[in-house]
Ligand binder design. Sequence first.
Ligand SMILES: NC(=O)c1ccc[n+]([C@@H]2O[C@H](COP(=O)([O-])OP(=O)(O)OC[C@H]3O[C@@H](n4cnc5c(N)ncnc54)[C@H](O)[C@@H]3O)[C@@H](O)[C@H]2O)c1
Length: 280
Amino acid sequence: MADTHPVHDHVGGLLAGKRGLVLGVANNRSIAWGIAKSAAAHGAKLAFTYQGDALKKRVEPLARELDAHVVGHCDVTDPASIDAVFAAAAEVFPEGIDFVVHCIAFSDKDELTGRYVETSEANFTKSLLISCYSFTAVAQRAEKLMPNGGSLLTLTYYGAEKWMPHYNVMGVAKAALEASVRYLAADLGPSKIRVNAISAGPIKTLAASGIGDFRYILKWNEYNAPLRRTVTIDEVGETATYLVSDMSKGMTGEILHVDAGYHVVGMKNPEAPDLSLDKD
Ligand SMILES: NC(=O)c1ccc[n+]([C@@H]2O[C@H](COP(=O)([O-])OP(=O)(O)OC[C@H]3O[C@@H](n4cnc5c(N)ncnc54)[C@H](O)[C@@H]3O)[C@@H](O)[C@H]2O)c1
């Protein structure tokens, strides 16, 4: 029988006493930042990585706002840099870590417009490496720092499940990422490590600015999602806090949609105005 959960466990916040590593903050519009803010507000101690010196300058002041550590540069195409940030995380958190948040994706912008069938082998390989395999690479390192179990979280998009305009190779990468959530959940479950994903609705971030007709996509979601709006990084953050907290301790291998309900819609809302492709 599952043990009961005393209410006093949550005194000081849902994540009180938990330590987490956050990969993928680029700026204050990043989904990873929304997650970090919520996790810190719920009592977590955090460590951030950054990709390259340009983002270091943005990540360091954000980390200071949350009294968080910065454990260095991580480019997931360079395995040594992944090792280095996990080694640094083990130093700042000698007791181990409780959760890792992976908010990393990349595709050549030129291939996020036009037809998927034109995808080059080089961009296919790079997009899958950065947007999918990196989560598995992170899980390999995280497992070693989670002797008592933990929670791994990644970010996906509905373009994994259905065709979306311009999402192209990213849709294929996200489908593979979602499948890897299930395989990792099965592998790591016996070690009490849970693996889940949030499928977020479209949000205007640096990465999203690479997707063709993104403003049109946002508007379409606003008019057609059941809640008649898009979602915020703070809302994704709150769900992420739930997924890395003990509140969700019976869940693994799950993909939760935080998309104002868009994933249940099968057809345009008849009351929604027609949209033109003038990009506003
Ligand atoms: N914005 C959206 O509409 C949306 C919707 C659903 C899912 N997502 C997913 O959310 C995640 C975060 O994206 P975001 O929208 O917050 O954008 P963002 O640009 O703020 O974050 C993307 C991050 O990926 C990192 N990254 C890219 N290549 C990397 C590499 N080689 N090594 C290490 N890091 C690398 C960047 O440094 C950046 O921090 C991504 O997985 C994205 O696909 C975004």
